[in-house]
Design a protein around this ligand. Structure first.
Ligand SMILES: Cc1cc2nc3c(=O)[nH]c(=O)nc-3n(C[C@H](O)[C@H](O)[C@H](O)COP(=O)(O)OP(=O)(O)OC[C@H]3O[C@@H](n4cnc5c(N)ncnc54)[C@H](O)[C@@H]3O)c2cc1C
Length: 379
């Protein structure tokens, strides 16, 4: 018997949908809410590493994800020179683990496609999805959590899972005051057609940006990005944002010359400051627990945030389905399996950026290898 029979999940990102799928598939009554009116509204692309793909497979969405995305197994390093010289092609770590050799090292996906796949699976397993909804208040006693929603409706649940992202309202509602901190970098991203020259992620270090890169997200699409010192770019119109990104990317060549020509839709261009957060353990207060970016968030220098969110969901689901009541033993087990691992990933992601900010030659390959070895182990 699961430890819970009714669960509210706030937030329909990777952490929330994965939790909803795992619990609903086991017969738990799950309400999954998201404040947005449309779950697929977030654009751009995402790079999913093998340990995240392992979770997608466990959730029964691997075939759909593979069909929607673009798999690859190596990383290119290119110079910021007039030829975009390929300096190295490095085999990517297969962090899905040796037991799943069919998984690629990496899958690029359009974010809206992945969001649709996850939401559809959550609904198919029996979760009730409500969009355009949020929680206005939570109160709990020994037996459950009373929730009032923003539309005035109410419910009582055995457990509330706060998967509402880096600016989690659930986090604040349970009295946790930790907030994300800026790490000093900002990223332009844009989404566009995939030229034939792009068949994997290539990273260019140096030039006017810290990093310029791209990731194929399907046969037809890619997302491209340039990382700079954090700046207030909020006054830029979408057209100005795309123009600024294209101007910075003008220093990069090779496949970038093809990409620049086809990045023409200002509606796909975004600018985001890098932020980091590790909420000290435990991530629960009674019967309300935080997972994913609500509990720990990293700059995307290792592209591990999505995978870590999926791992939180997997471990929480496993513990809840193993029959423990949501009490001290369960929360201790959750902390033991998730806190140090997620914190290590956040710290390593920050370190990679900090070395660049400090113009310091850190052991980048060594740190990446250390994290790859860590996340290849089961969560
Ligand atoms: C620029 C950038 C690039 C990144 N690139 C990668 C990458 O390539 N690979 C990777 O693995 N990770 C990447 N990440 C990190 C990754 O996006 C996150 O770690 C991951 O999306 C976290 O998932 P989540 O479900 O915890 O949160 P989110 O994806 O943020 O989902 C939270 C959900 O909660 C909803 N919500 C918010 N507030 C409320 C509320 N009050 N009530 C109800 N719902 C609410 C939101 O609408 C959203 O749908 C990147 C992050 C950034 C900033």
């Amino acid at each position: 018997m699961p430890a819970v029979s009714s669960v509210l999940v706030t937030g329909g990102g990777l952490a929330g949908t994965a939790t909803a799928i795992g619990l609903a598939a086991a017969g738990v009554a799950v309400d999954l809410i998201d404040i947005k009116p449309e779950i697929t509204a977030v654009g751009s692309g995402i790079t999913m590493q093998g340990n995240g793909l392992r979770e997608l497979r466990r959730l029964g969405v691997w075939d759909d994800a593979l069909a929607a995305g673009y798999p690859f197994n190596s990383l290119g390093l290119r110079a910021p020179d007039p030829a975009g010289t390929l300096l190295a092609e490095i085999p990517d770590a297969r962090t899905g683990g040796p037991d799943l050799p069919d998984l690629p090292a990496t899958l690029g996906l359009p974010r809206p496609a992945l969001a649709r796949i996850m939401a559809d699976r959550a609904v198919a397993t029996g979760a009730k999805l409500r969009l355009g909804t949020c929680v206005s208040s939570l109160s709990q006693d020994d037996g459950g959590v009373d929730v009032v929603f923003c539309d005035g409706s109410a419910g009582r649940y055995d457990l509330v899972v706060g998967a509402d992202g880096i600016r989690s309202a659930t986090r604040r509602m349970i009295g946790i005051t930790d907030e994300p901190r800026p790490t000093g970098m900002g990223i332009f991203r844009a989404f566009g057609p995939r030229p034939a020259s792009v068949t994997r992620t290539d990273l260019y270090y140096g030039g006017p940006c810290y990093i310029a890169g791209y990731c194929p997200t399907s046969e037809d699409t890619l997302y491209a990005y340039v990382v700079e010192d954090a700046r207030d770019r909020s006054a830029l119109t979408p057209a100005e944002r795309l123009a600024a990104m294209r101007a910075l990317a003008g220093a990069y060549h090779g496949p970038w010359d093809d990409i620049r020509q086809t990045l023409t839709d200002p509606g796909t261009a975004s600018y985001t400051l890098f932020e980091a957060l590790v909420v000290p353990a435990p991530w629960n207060r009674g019967r309300v627990v935080l997972i994913g970016d609500a509990a720990h968030a990293c700059p995307p220098t290792l592209a591990q945030g999505g995978a870590q969110a999926l791992e939180d969901a997997a471990v929480l689901t496993e513990l809840l389905l193993s029959g423990d009541s949501p009490g001290d033993a369960l929360w201790s087990a959750f902390t033991a399996r998730r806190f140090v691992r997620a914190k290590t990933v956040v710290e390593a992601s920050c370190q990679l950026g900090q070395w660049q900010l400090d113009h310091e030659q850190g052991d980048i390959p060594g740190l990446i290898a250390q994290i790859s070895a860590l996340v290849t182990q089961p969560a």
